[in-house]
Design a protein around this ligand. Structure first.
Ligand code: PLP
Length: 452
């Protein structure tokens, strides 16, 4: 294709890329990212981008951290790989599990390791059903998730998630999975106050439980804040009501911390920020700042006691890379840095409020219907009519235009439909936040012109 470099042509000739129209990519050419430092990445043409999306919500400590690189190379030289199957463990894996237990809520002291967030949610699927089996309540099989939730791309992950276009590919969800509405006030709240809407959205869980029978329901799964769905921060009434319902009907509460975990919301976990008591928390991404693939499920004592009981027997589940010692060494070092450099305290006291305040200055823009932030997560809703929260026709068109204008200027934002999403590295400085805001404003101005 004319104008494309060899590597761009090789990329479209030899890779089936995820989450993209691979036919269109052939003509457009992939952007080839070739190096990175701090909050910046460079493409192979030498163009620099401020990555306000931290890769895919994951490069929490930013790029080029020598300590993480050293931790990997030291571990590789000592013991690059061993597994956790058949009564073995490795020092870095054990240390990591202990470090996670220390920062997790008090009632959670065990981890099952995986290679990714999707595998973590597949693990949840089997672990929850196993839990009820061992407890002698094998009928409790049904999972309830949410429309527009995201829990990964594996069969169980896609099924637990509520992305309809994904369900269409592969004839999903698999049996035994139901979905309820999401707590998305901006799109679905109408004239209701956010608090009233939050209660209604939570009560959809109780209605679903009564519909399918509480004795058949194994677990409810949700992200603390729906990430890929649009950084949907639920109204304050939502989570306490969900907690009440899961307690009342004896249903496990699975809170997917793959994005929110490890500092993103200004605490170690989204559950800490939103005051949720979870039974299981899938993790990945920020666990290693994305430097190496590692995920897991943090397990409450309630569940661990059953799965480690005499009656339970072998847990027939695991991956070659469960607890991979090199990934674990990097994750351990990542946690050490988060602690020693007080990264999370800094978000709470400095950069979190600053991002909120600065992003709020964009709320007056004619294209902006709402701005939301929590910790180092942000969303900007693009609308045609501010007062009525009416979207532009075209289903994501204006979001795509805005994303491309941002890219032109050297800023990486993500667009989910017409919602612009921000998830910068947790170590982003106030000066760098200023740059994000300036480039975002320019992108909004240019987008508005295009729409007129
Ligand atoms: N769960 C949530 C909330 C996620 O955002 C993601 C990825 O974006 C996943 C699970 C899947 O994780 P992975 O892509 O590591 O499989």
């Amino acid at each position: 294709v004319e104008g494309q470099s060899q590597i761009q042509q090789d990329a479209s000739n030899h890779i089936l890329h995820p989450f993209v129209d691979n036919h269109a990519l052939k003509n457009k050419g992939a952007r080839i990212m070739s190096k990175a430092d701090g909050v910046y990445v460079w493409d192979d043409q030498g163009k620099r981008y401020l990555d306000a999306f931290a890769g895919l919500w994951c490069v929490n400590l930013g790029y080029g951290r020598k300590e993480l690189i050293d931790a990997a190379s030291k571990q590789m030289a000592t013991l690059p790989y061993y597994n956790l199957f058949f009564n073995t463990s490795t020092p870095s894996t054990v240390q990591l599990a202990k470090a996670i237990a220390e920062i997790a809520p008090d009632h959670m002291n065990n981890v099952f390791f995986t290679g990714s967030g999707s595998e973590a949610n597949d693990t949840v699927f089997r672990m929850v059903r196993r839990y009820w089996d061992v407890k002698g309540q094998p009928n409790k099989k049904i999972f309830i998730g949410r429309h527009n939730g995201y829990h990964g791309s594996t069969v169980a992950g896609t099924s637990l998630g509520g992305m309809k276009p994904m369900h269409k590919q592969g004839d999903l969800p698999i049996q035994g999975i139901e979905h309820i509405r999401q707590p998305y006030w901006f799109d679905e709240g109408g004239d209701l106050s956010p608090d009233t809407f939050g209660l209604i959205a939570a009560n959809a869980l109780e209605e679903k439980i009564l519909e399918v029978g509480a004795d058949n329901v194994a677990a409810f799964i949700a992200e603390p804040i729906q990430g890929a769905g649009g950084v949907i921060i639920p109204p304050a009434t939502y989570w306490p009501e969900i907690q009440r319902i899961t307690n009342k009907y004896d249903i496990l509460l699975v809170v997917d911390e793959v994005i929110c975990g490890f500092g993103r919301t200004g605490n170690w976990f989204g559950c800490d920020t939103l005051k949720i008591k979870a039974d299981l928390m899938p993790i990945a991404k920020g666990l290693s700042s994305g430097y190496l693939p590692i995920g897991g499920v943090i397990i409450s004592d309630r569940v661990a006691d059953v799965l480690k009981s005499e009656e339970s027997g072998d847990f027939l589940h695991g991956f070659t890379y469960s607890g991979h010692p090199t990934c674990a060494a990097v994750a351990l070092e990542n946690i050490r840095i988060l602690k020693d450099e007080k990264v999370i305290e800094n978000i709470q006291q400095q950069t979190g409020p600053y991002l909120a305040e600065q992003l709020q200055t964009l709320a007056d823009h004619p294209l902006v219907g709402e701005v939301r932030t929590l910790g180092m997560l942000g969303a900007i809703e693009l609308v045609q009519d501010k007062a009525t929260r009416t979207r532009y026709p075209g289903d994501g068109k204006v979001g795509g235009i805005c994303r491309d204008h941002a890219l032109d200027q050297g800023l990486i934002l993500r667009a989910t439909g017409d919602t612009m999403l921000l998830s910068p590295p947790l170590v982003i400085t106030k000066e760098e936040i200023d740059k994000v805001i300036e480039m975002t404003k320019n992108a909004l101005d240019k987008t508005l012109k295009d729409m007129q």
